[in-house]
Design a protein around this ligand. Structure first.
Ligand code: UDP
Ligand code: MG
Length: 308
């Protein structure tokens, strides 16, 4: 059993395999920990899979997992989570945008007793105005799972075995890794890092991909839009009621235009009824949505020392 598993999701990273494995090994060999690499080939169309098998044949510390097709990074992270056997699991991108030089600092935090070591982006790189705005909206809707802000957090993380098991104990099928790690709690240390530029290959995220990914994560993670529907319904009903009072008052004073009183009251009543019903349905659907995730009701943190 290795002390540490390093999970590397790889989609068309043939140019990165040797570089990332040697850069990370260099850091880990100095740490004196036993380690393994769980390299998840996410249905690459280049030579990533073949190269991984070659490396694994030479180096038993490399455990390749080959997907039958491209299932996306979230699936690759989950496969890594499920395959890793270490006392701690380090997640990082295979393109060296997550600097391996940070690893010793992250390990120190783990040894100090933090179960989650979150590498947070000190800079967000160059981002356009629209991208920034979209990111804001995304994080506002996703909210603060487990009372934690997700903005600036990344998939560059070191998780203690307890946390790995807790995240695996959340059986939901649409998974949002960063959100789940925040949700399960535990003691978190944050280590800032500068996002590096890609060393080789190219990003597989286009605008459409990012929008789809964000929408999927919102739907997978947050019932906020449903609750918003409920609130909009109730607020509209309240405003409707005020309008009805005013309309009735005008009619009472005899200043209402003929016929309008009935129209306003009828429309208000019907709209109010529809929106109120929709709100009630939204509340129930939101609750069902949370129920179907089947997450544990609580998670116990064991205080056993995990220091290797
Ligand atoms: N990745 C993956 N499956 C995908 C897309 C990406 O496993 O469908 C991996 C990719 O190989 C890399 C990491 O996820 O190790 C981050 O991907 P990328 O660099 O394309 O994203 P960016 O850094 O631009 O957010
Ligand atoms: Mg990248």
């Amino acid at each position: 059993m290795p002390d540490l598993s390093v999970v590397l999701p790889m989609y068309n990273e043939e140019g990165m395999i040797d570089r990332v494995l040697s850069a990370v090994s260099e850091q880990l060999e100095a740490s004196g920990l036993g380690f393994e690499f769980v390299c998840v080939d996410d249905g690459s169309t280049d030579r990533t899979g073949t190269l991984l098998d070659e490396v694994a044949a030479r180096d038993p510390r490399v455990v390749p997992v080959h997907f039958s097709r491209n299932f996306g990074k979230e699936a690759a992270l989950y496969a890594g989570l499920a395959t890793a056997s270490g006392d701690a699991v380090l997640f990082m991108d295979a393109d060296l945008q997550h600097p391996p030089q940070l690893i010793p600092k992250m390990l120190d935090k783990w040894r100090e007793g933090f179960e989650v070591v979150d590498a947070v982006k000190a800079n967000r790189g160059r981002e356009g105005l629209w991208y920034k705005l979209a990111a804001r909206v995304f994080y506002a809707i996703v909210g603060t799972p487990g009372g934690r802000k997700l903005r600036d957090s990344s998939d560059f993380k070191l998780l203690d075995r307890q946390v790995v098991d807790a995240v695996l104990a959340c059986p939901e099928r649409h998974r949002f890794f960063r959100g789940l790690v925040a949700w399960v709690g535990f003691r978190v240390a944050r280590v800032p890092f500068e996002v590096q530029s890609r060393a080789a290959g190219e990003t597989s995220w286009g605008l459409r991909g990012l929008v789809a990914y964000s929408l999927r994560n919102i739907v997978a993670f947050s019932s906020a839009p449903l609750r918003l529907v409920a609130w909009l319904g109730f607020i509209t009903v309240a405003l409707d009621a005020l309008l009805a009072v005013q309309t009735f008052w005008n009619w009472w004073r005899g200043v209402a235009v003929d016929g309008f009183t009935t129209v306003i009251l009828t429309v208000g009543l019907l709209c109010g009824l529809i929106l109120l019903s929709l709100g009630v349905v939204a509340i129930y659907v939101a609750q069902l949505y949370d129920e179907q995730k089947g997450r544990p009701l609580y998670i116990v943190r064991k205080s056993s020392p995990h220091t290797p």
